[in-house]
Structure formats: C-alpha cells, structure tokens
Design a protein around this ligand. Structure first.
Ligand code: SF4
Length: 231
C-alpha cells in the first residue's frame, strides 16, 4: 500500500479529539475539495507491505503510555481497500482501536463493524467534490460512526441541516460533527481567524436551531501552525 506518512500525534477531530493517536496517511485521492488541506497527498508516497505497516505502528505505539489508537486517513484510504481491508482485522485482533477518515464516496460495506468510521459528507462549498457521498453507505453507519460536514458558509450549513433531517442522522450515528473550513493559504497564526466560517457564527446558528450536532475545530490547526504537516 502507498503511504505518505505514518506518525504519532494527537487526534485533532471527532469524539476521540485530544487523545494520542497513530496516523496512517494514504497517498492519492479521487476528489478535489475546494478547501482541501492535504493536496500533498495526491501524488507520490512510499510503498509499504502489510507487515511493514504493522511493525511501524507497533514501534510508534511503544512508550511509557502505549498508544493503541490508530487512524487511517489520506488522501482517501478506501482507494487502497484491497490492502487496507485485510489489515484492519489483524490490528483489531492485536487490540488496537481503529478509526478511518473517509469521504464515503467508495463502498463501506466491507469495513469491519468495529472500525470507527468518520465519514465526511461533502457540502456545496467543497466545489467539484460536492454531493460525492454514496448514499448507499448510510446503511453501513452505526452509533460507532461519526459524520462530518466541513462548512464554508451558510449555504453549507443549510445543506448539512437538511441532510441531517432527511436521513435522521443524529439517531443513526454517534456524532454529527460540524467543522468550519480553513483558508487554503492560512496565516501562520494559530487562530480561528484562519477559518473561512467564523466558529462563533456557526455556534450561534447551531444554538438557534437546537441542532443535535457537535462543533468540531481541527485541534492541530491551533496547536501547530495551520500548514504544518506530519502532526
Ligand atoms: S477528500 Fe480529503 S484529501 Fe480528498 S480532496 Fe477532499 S479534503 Fe482533500
């Protein structure tokens, strides 16, 4: 499988935010979100065997407080389904908690139920990637999973609100995450001013509507400079 990077950091999003986590970042993506902050994953990468990935995860997870949380991300991990799907049961059997960030454009029905899927349903502001979510994947989502909407503006917010209502999302998954998009060329300052939708405005809308969702700020953009990689 082709990877861009494999590293230990802290989980920046989802209900696991703030926990130490080993990231396995796959190369390649078939979408082109207007606000993508991972364009460096589109090409290149290094080929790893399954054994090499497991060995790297084991090495990274060793420490005074061993890390047993692993996230598959990218790029789009499900473009590597042929190699990734056999790796998942192996890591689960070894006692790891697994998360996967995916656009939900590829079928998810073969992903083991124990994996926490964080599925990013693309809003109109994603540009060419809008409406790429495969609706059939809704049937694979359980309270173990989370759905994330990255929001650029009010149009995106209303899209997310309508999608949540139409598909009874809050009853179907563990968390619905609303995450303000960040500027493609942010300042090096670790502030919310780099968000294209002010988080304060988003919170006001959520409270006004009593939306059953969780505000999600990408923690790593506040801990490190927003464009820093491998963190
Ligand atoms: S799906 Fe993710 S990696 Fe692919 S273009 Fe969108 S934000 Fe970037």
């Amino acid at each position: 499988m082709r990877l861009i990077e494999l590293y230990l950091s802290v989980q920046g999003e989802s209900s696991f935010a703030g926990l130490p986590c080993i990231f396995v970042r796959f190369a390649g993506c078939n979408l082109r979100c207007a606000w993508c902050d991972s364009e460096y994953t589109f090409t290149g990468g290094t080929a790893y065997t399954e054994d090499e990935v497991v060995a790297q995860i084991e090495a990274l997870g060793k420490g005074a407080a061993p890390c047993r949380l692993v996230e598959f991300t990218g790029g789009e991990p499900m473009l590597h389904a042929r190699e990734l799907l056999p790796l998942m049961p192996r890591l689960l059997a070894a006692g790891y908690t697994l998360m996967m960030e995916t656009s939900g454009e590829r079928p998810l029905d073969e992903v083991p139920a124990e994996v926490h899927k964080i599925v990013d349903v693309k809003c109109p502001g994603a540009g060419a990637a809008a409406n790429s979510f495969r609706l059939q994947n809704l049937a694979t989502l359980t309270p173990r999973d989370e759905v994330k909407f990255v929001l650029s503006d009010r149009v995106d917010y209303e899209f997310a609100r309508a999608f949540m209502a139409e598909h009874a999302l809050a009853e179907r998954v563990g968390q619905v995450l609303l995450s303000p998009a960040f500027a493609k060329t942010p300042s090096p300052l670790r502030t919310a001013d780099n968000a294209t939708l002010d988080p304060r405005t988003l919170v006001e809308w959520m409270l006004e509507d009593g939306l059953p969702a969780r505000l999600s700020l990408q923690l790593h953009k506040f801990i490190w400079e927003p464009q820093k990689k491998g963190v």
